[in-house]
Design a protein around this ligand. Structure first.
Ligand code: NI
Length: 168
């Protein structure tokens, strides 16, 4: 078991396009995923992309309530229609911060699992959001770049307090 160091916004690895995983069943990929599972559990996150642990490969893990943890290698995400929904997101690479981000409400995604099996699913709501967020990391995009209005960007504690006070 190993908890990996998470890159924070500003580190160049988070701004690069990640490379495809050549052999999803390779032992080093299995080890990386096991360490990413430990890391995301330790940090209490909903998902993690390999570039966030300084590995520039197209691999993400994420948890959706109805699914448990999914490992998705070389993913492709497509919107099912043009509907979007605004929701607050956080990211382990921007600790303590949150912001409102529009995402497609319904997506289809494809990829490969750890055993080399093909994965194809449709997703909506939080599931769709977390997939879009994690896969953005593979193209060097952090969620503030998806925010049309930075007025909602801030520290979680402050944003929550402002909401509780009806200030937003
Ligand atoms: Ni993130």
């Amino acid at each position: 078991m190993a908890i990996l160091k998470i890159a924070r916004m500003g580190h160049p690895v988070l701004g690069r396009k990640a490379l495809p995983v050549e052999d999803p069943t390779a032992p080093e990929i299995r080890r990386l995923v096991a360490d990413m599972m430990d890391t995301v559990a330790d940090a209490n996150g909903a998902g993690l992309a390999a570039p966030q642990v300084h590995v520039p490969l197209r691999l993400v893990i994420f948890r959706a309530p109805e699914l448990g943890m999914t490992v998705l290698i070389n993913p492709v995400v497509e919107a099912l229609d043009g509907d979007t929904q605004i929701g607050y997101e956080g990211c382990l690479s921007l600790p303590g911060l949150t912001g409102a981000v529009p995402r497609f409400q319904r997506v289809r995604y494809f990829g490969v699992g750890l055993d080399g099996e093909a994965i194809q699913r449709t997703a909506e709501g939080f599931h769709a959001r977390v997939v879009q967020h994690e896969c953005d990391h593979l193209d060097g995009v952090l969620y503030p770049r998806r925010m049309p209005d930075l007025a909602s960007f801030g520290f979680v504690e402050e944003v929550r307090r402002a909401m509780d006070n009806g200030g937003r």
